[in-house]
Design a protein. Structure first.
Length: 294
């Protein structure tokens, strides 16, 4: 029996509101005339956000030779756009670090997977000359956020989902839709909408397993961003970082590559994967720092 969609939406509605300081900072970062001091003052009013941001700035991912000791210092070294990225990392950590039984993910595995995909997305965005690599990072980070709500339904319907995949050779998200009436992408976009995330982020979450659909349903979609997240989602699965019971049960749409301006020498999937493996030490550093392990 399909779950009652209104109950699922209720669960989305019951998710905690985003921290007021985070919302204020995100809005400030969109203002062209914002100053370092104004921004620093607001961020510094939240001790937990400040400490997480400083930890992230000092991770090997950013490779600063001298320690970043204040928010002022962080802003001047990283710039507003990257700082916005880090704020998304800080706020999503609490949600994505959890274990998800329906997907057979232990505590920390979804978080590791999300950071990996985010780093790969930023790399592919830079390689393909996408105009906003920091947005690509955030889109990769948050693509699977819907899993935090629907994993318990996936657990109940798992045998049916697998049986449908084996019979019809469809993807895991397609089977989620047929058995549950919704998939983690749709629920993820509802969460992103609740939190007033930018439209491009909402679209990339909704279509990360079906980039062709993004083009069909909405001509204004940022097809490059959706393609980057789709390709990097597949690569994250192929590299096996924090994958769960749905790992390798999605279809990579190779047509997505056509939307990206990738130099000939890095165009093949094999080449991209071998370049992305090189990023693993950065990923480990980022994951380790925010977990407070290092
Ligand atoms: Fe996904």
């Amino acid at each position: 029996m399909k779950p009652d969609i209104s109950k699922v939406v209720e669960k989305v509605d019951k998710l905690p509101e985003l921290n007021a300081v985070v919302l204020q900072v995100a809005k400030m970062l969109d203002k062209p005339d914002i100053t370092v001091n104004e921004l620093s003052k607001v961020i510094s009013s939240d001790a937990s956000l400040t400490s997480q941001l400083l930890k992230l700035c000092n991770s090997a991912h950013y490779g600063f030779s001298r320690k970043v000791t204040s928010i002022n210092d962080a802003i001047s070294k990283l710039g507003f756009k990257t700082l916005k990225n880090l704020i998304f990392v800080a706020i999503s950590h609490g949600l994505l670090k959890t274990d998800l039984k329906g997907y057979d993910l232990e505590e920390g595995q979804l978080w590791h997977n999300a950071i990996s995909c985010a780093v790969y997305c930023k790399y592919l965005a830079v390689t393909s000359h996408y105009q906003d690599p920091d947005l690509a990072f955030t889109a990769g980070l948050l693509r699977d956020i819907g899993k935090i709500i629907i994993h318990e339904y996936v657990k109940e319907g798992y045998d049916e989902i697998i049986s449908l995949i084996n019979t019809n050779n469809i993807s895991f998200s397609n089977a989620e839709c047929q058995i549950l009436g919704f998939d983690h992408c749709q629920i993820g976009s509802k969460i992103a909408t609740k939190w007033n995330f930018p439209e491009k982020l909402i679209e990339s979450i909704e279509h990360h397993h079906s980039p062709d659909q993004a083009l069909r349903v909405n001509c204004s979609s940022d097809v490059k961003l959706v393609s980057i997240v789709h390709i990097c989602d597949s690569i994250t699965m192929m590299l096996g970082t924090g994958i769960g019971s749905d790992g390798m049960m999605y279809h990579l749409e190779l047509k997505s590559f056509e939307h990206l301006d990738i130099p000939q020498q890095s165009k093949s999937l094999e080449c991209l994967i071998s370049n992305m493996v090189e990023l693993n030490s950065e990923i480990e550093a980022l994951v380790g720092f925010i977990n407070g392990n290092k």
